[in-house]
Design a protein around this ligand. Sequence first.
Ligand SMILES: Cc1cc2nc3c(=O)[nH]c(=O)nc-3n(C[C@H](O)[C@H](O)[C@H](O)COP(=O)(O)OP(=O)(O)OC[C@H]3O[C@@H](n4cnc5c(N)ncnc54)[C@H](O)[C@@H]3O)c2cc1C
Length: 523
Amino acid sequence: MTDSNKNKYDAIIVGGGHNGLVCAAYLAKAGKKVIVLEANSQVGGGAVTSELCYGKRISYCAHFLNQLNTHVLKELNLAAHGLKFAARDLSTVSLDRDGDHLILTKNSAKGGGITKEEAVAYKNFMMLIHDYAKTLGFLMDSPPIDIFNPDWDDKLAALKLGWKLRVGLGAEKMSELLRMIGMNIRDVLNDEFENNKLKGALSFDAVLGTHTGPYSPGNFLNFLYRYAAGDSGALNIPEGGMGAVSNAIASSATASGAEVRTDARVRTINVENCAVSGVTLENGEIINSSMVISNANTKTTVFDLVGTRHFEADFVLRMTNYRMRGAAAKLHIALHALPDFKGLSKEDLANRLLIAPDQEDVERAFNHVKYGETSPSPMMEISIPSLVDKSLADNGHVLSATVQYAPYALKGGWTEEAKAAFLETCIDRIAEYAPDIREQIEHAEILTPKDLEDRFGMVGGNWHHGELTLDQMLMLRPVPEASRYALPLDGLYICGAGAHPGGGVMGAAGRNAAKAILKGEVK
Ligand SMILES: Cc1cc2nc3c(=O)[nH]c(=O)nc-3n(C[C@H](O)[C@H](O)[C@H](O)COP(=O)(O)OP(=O)(O)OC[C@H]3O[C@@H](n4cnc5c(N)ncnc54)[C@H](O)[C@@H]3O)c2cc1C
């Protein structure tokens, strides 16, 4: 290789989150010379495993693999690159203080005061949801339909959608879907069920990772999203934590010839003659390419890495107003031994545990975040992955919980005192269900939305790199001018959660971006 070619690539990918790695893998498979530049010392972004304390490791952000795109899994041959599952298809256990827990699978509900009639109603409801998810799920596997300049692929996709809706679903189900699509989850659930525990658990799924409560319009769609992605939303735990997923993708990418560099923060994306020309790293190194694909947050890409002077004012305004509020925090606890959750065996505890007793409680917890306060009674999704994966804890256990709600901009700021107080609130909350938990704690920490921004570049602490709401989805994501992975600057693309179809460890955005770029179909 001559010196002039050494630092020149067909494509540079800024950020080695799982989507950046997926994008790199597909481009490298197609023979492109690709380099991934990751700011942190390990790849994966929000899909990483890190040390919690001596002898204990934990999935730092994402903890369940419930959305991984099935094409990504197969096409990148992730099993051959080391991806194994420690547990598959877990149930959800919605916790009850008195031990009358509600246990939900894909199509069954028991315990928690569920009547026979309600169990049947749940089964029917979930069948409908899975039908809807199958009808719409294919939209996740390609760039959004271009409604302004449709080519044959767009026209075919539109026809397929129409066919799936009208013929596949039938008139009755289609009209019900159209009625529900813009609704809030509370109204949908109130139409279907009486049981508060059931409504609490299902409403939690609609608000998880969002800045919405059950009363917020449009979040039924978030609920549907869970089942439209991956293997119908089946709840899995990868062996070695979520970092193992990213490592398998990185291994697939490098096996195809991609270069992956860590500790390589990009300071600027360089522009010459109205087109990108490469990047400059924090250490001053320049790497050249006429194509830069950003897995970093879109706002970071536009405002910090490129600079607004290179874009039209209208686009800048739209990007400024692109909503990115996070409301989830992450709790990690190293445990000497398992706490006693009343009425649950060790096997039961290996499932997904929820604290979301009633949808009115979920809404009340959300109310605080609107005013810059933490919730005094937060909702939680809890996993104790060491029960199924011994590699995470040499002894004892690790507990990981996604906590709703905590604001990004806490009144008074996220001082050490404020963080410590919220950590205590969260532990107290779990202690309502496992009173002896404090005796078992070896170490505990909380990551606030601000920490998620500082550590992983998730602006506003939003894990979708932009709220996933009706007005920021599909051909509107992140904004209409950039909905097909190309930003309005020659050679600049996005491939992360901020692009269609959004966040979650899916890999779909990375795959779609690569496919669109390779076909040259990005418009
Ligand atoms: C608390 C929490 C819980 C979650 N739980 C789940 C879950 O259970 N299941 C699930 O599927 N999803 C979950 N998620 C969501 C999931 O983690 C994200 O949606 C996903 O990580 C987004 O992937 P990405 O590759 O698009 O972006 P990211 O993971 O955000 O990766 C972006 C990468 O770009 C890098 N970067 C940014 N700027 C630069 C720069 N200037 N130079 C170089 N590199 C840069 C960052 O360091 C990062 O590695 C959770 C997220 C959080 C925060």
